[in-house]
Write a protein that binds this ligand. Structure first.
Ligand code: CA
Length: 699
């Protein structure tokens, strides 16, 4: 009855009042389900997700990953009345990226260090928490913060992939561990799991990350009941000549120079997964090459399958049915791991079963998901590495601007992409895809030892007479049929939240500078803007309990440290207070987190006598070992500003770096990675940064 009532509200666009009524029925059902019956999701329920819009049963709400909710209680006419229903601290000051799952009034989500939290979705009360106890030193193996993008829930179990590569099944009722498997083929290498598992036909599908560190990518399918491995699909060959673990690798091997840097090569599947039950195809996006420059990785070129590709696999066996490579021979970190959306849309008079993706490379792809045939691809942001995508071959037509083999180049989009992992949303109301996009470039140079480094002093000279966009973030409403922009909203920082759209005609988004807002899905007109004091990168979701619709989002800014502070200085004022927030109509005013004392003036750093060579080596070591968390220039919002290290901290610098005395704060022990002499160099480099900041302040 309860489900039917909400569907009716959705269908009739009934008034908020009407949909608000009837809590008695809802309460009864919620009470029945909240006890011995937690988390009983199955294939049929996810396939028929529209019939129970009060729930958010799977990562993208349904297998098509549209992130479009049929709920309409909150709509264009009343969304301005949204206020806080509840908020629960996530006990984290770093990046929160999870999509909460909501099943029958219970919310399951994750925080940093792969911790799982179950909450009462109506009031935010914590029901249980689970900490997998990830070894803090694992943070050294990550490019992009100690994040996790959420759990899967299935037949009374909650599944999480941990930073250190375990797949764990928890009892949905109690949070106790039911089974735990090691998904890694080599624990010495820099593998990590940050993505959310998906459950397809009773199998847990999970990949991993680490292509930045030249690991070999693969996708696993485990039996959801007991954790037994059912199949494993390697995305790149382990050698030029075999033996090959599965036949697809023999084909892939022909696209690699036989002198390639086997057996690493990248291609990790660290995020996007979708499923079409009618076609019985599982879609997985794969990552960049490792190392980035193809001239180092596979010197004689080649497409380097299956890097930067969309793979269509049989979920029962892992057999590859088709693949579409968005960036053949990738040299730019142009992953195709970005969110994929399945929809049936009318193109040139015919309803096509499409898969849509806006991967990092800057082109918005519409692909026939039955066959992998390209329907169309156009630039959704400024991109100079390729002119266009050839409609016949489906291949990009390259330009000189992306070729950095002999000379450094300022390449657009940046290695962080025209769009990264932050999920898009496809509205069945408007037919538009809402993309959290970013305009930015990246300097690539030919020297393999510096491939991880970002930034240069002579960007001007690299631009030449190109007209480049200003660096900014955007919420772009993209028409996938016409392949053109419908409208966009500019944001000061490039790293903003994922997106939700609803049948109520609203698009929900959160920004790096702490604004939670709702816009009109047709026009982009802002209907609501609440400053919450914490930057957001995670995607919002919506659900209902007892007849009341909620919109929830995890607030907590983070991710890779190449991002600048621009636009999200609010984080410095409010300490990036991580929390799970849920809004409803006529909820409370958001109380801002307690302000923290300003970071204040730079003080005169200690004198460190070091030669220019030592400082330069220190800079290189810093970039290699420290920069991915602390930022390339010593300062990020989420972590202590290393340019402001006190004299006392400088005195124990080596104890911090080489003895792990701050390991509990998340600072790993680097004794097995950096020599004592090189730590001196890093410290000397940081002191030069402090001196620069101090001098600049004196002016
Ligand atoms: Ca990458």
């Amino acid at each position: 009855m309860y489900q039917k009532q909400l569907v009716l509200c959705a269908i009739l666009f009934a008034s908020a009042m009407a949909c608000n009524k009837g809590p008695d029925v809802g309460a009864k059902i919620a009470a029945q389900k909240s006890h011995s019956d937690s988390g009983h999701v199955n294939t049929q329920r996810i396939i028929e997700a529209d019939s129970e819009p009060e729930n958010w049963l799977a990562h993208g709400r349904d297998y098509a990953e549209q992130r479009f909710s049929p709920l309409t209680q909150i709509n264009q006419s009343n969304v301005h009345r949204l206020g806080l229903a509840w908020e629960t601290p996530a006990k984290s000051a770093r990046g929160l990226e999870a999509t909460p799952i909501v099943v029958d009034g219970v919310m399951y989500t994750t925080s940093t260090w792969s911790k799982v939290i179950a909450l009462d979705a109506k009031n935010g009360a914590v029901l249980w928490q689970y900490d997998p106890g990830v070894e803090r030193a694992w943070a050294k193996k990550l490019c992009c913060d100690i994040v996790n993008r959420g759990v899967a829930v299935w037949q009374g179990k909650v599944y999480v992939g941990t930073l250190d590569g375990y797949l764990i099944a928890l009892d949905a009722q109690s949070g106790s561990v039911l089974w735990r498997v090691d998904t890694l083929i080599d624990r010495q290498q820099a593998y990590s799991i940050t993505g959310a598992p998906r459950i397809i036909k009773g199998k847990v599908i999970i990949g991993n990350g680490g292509a930045e560190y030249a690991v070999r990518g693969y996708i696993n399918a485990y039996d959801a009941d007991n954790g037994e491995l059912v199949w494993r699909f390697f995305t790149v060959p382990g050698s030029a000549t075999g033996p090959f673990e599965h036949p697809e690798l023999a084909i892939a091997a022909q696209t690699w120079d036989k002198n390639s840097a086997f057996p690493g090569l990248g291609g990790t599947a660290w995020d996007s997964i979708a499923y079409d039950p009618a076609l019985d195809l599982l879609y997985v996006g794969t990552g960049n090459g490792g190392p980035w420059p193809q001239h180092i990785r596979s010197p004689k070129g080649g497409d380097n399958l299956y890097l930067a590709s969309i793979l269509a696999l049989r979920p029962d066996t892992g057999e590859l049915i088709w693949h579409y490579q968005t960036t053949p021979g990738d040299s730019w970190d142009y992953t195709a791991t970005q969110h994929m959306i399945l929809a049936d849309i009318k193109i040139a008079g015919n309803v096509r079963k499409v898969l849509m993706q806006a991967p990092k490379n800057g082109f918005f792809y519409v692909i026939d998901r039955s066959t992998g045939e390209l329907i169309s691809a156009e630039k959704y942001v400024f991109a100079n590495w390729a002119e266009s995508v050839d409609k016949t071959t489906g291949r990009p037509i390259l330009t000189e601007f992306g070729d950095y083999r002999h000379q450094e180049k300022y390449v657009f989009p940046s290695a962080a992409g025209g769009h990264n992992w932050h999920p898009m949303s496809y509205s069945q109301n408007t037919g538009l895809v809402y993309v959290p996009a970013r305009e930015a470039g990246w300097v690539h140079n030919d020297a393999g030892d510096r491939w991880f480094e970002w930034g240069t002093n002579n960007i001007e000279s690299l631009i030449g007479d190109q007209v480049i966009p200003k660096t900014a973030g955007y919420l772009k409403a993209w028409d996938p049929v016409e392949q053109k922009l419908a409208w966009q909203i500019e944001l000061p920082n490039t790293w903003n939240s994922g997106v939700l759209s609803t049948a109520g005609g609203v698009v929900i988004h959160g920004s790096a500078d702490g604004h939670f807002y709702a816009v009109n899905d047709h026009t982009g007109g802002v209907l609501l803007d609440i400053f919450v004091g914490t930057g957001m990168i995670a995607p919002p979701i919506t659900y209902a309990v007892d007849g009341e619709q909620f919109i929830a989002i995890m607030a907590g800014w983070g991710g890779p440290a190449f991002n600048t502070l621009k636009g999200n200085e609010a984080l410095l004022d409010y300490s990036n207070a991580g929390r799970i927030m849920s809004f409803k109509l006529d909820g409370q005013t958001v109380a801002l987190p307690t302000p923290v004392p300003a970071r204040g003036q730079f003080f005169k750093p200690p004198t460190v006598v070091a030669s220019a060579e030592v400082v330069e080596q220190g800079r290189k070591d810093y970039v290699m070992h420290c920069g991915s968390c602390h930022g390339m220039y010593g300062s990020v919002p989420m972590l202590p500003d290393l340019r402001r290290l006190s004299h006392a901290k400088h005195a124990i610098f080596k104890n911090i770096v080489l003895e792990g005395i701050l390991e509990e704060n998340g600072m790993p022990n680097f004794s097995s990675d950096i020599s004592s002499a090189n730590v001196d160099g890093i410290q000397a480099y940081l002191v030069t940064l402090s001196q620069k900041a101090f001098m600049a302040q004196q002016k």
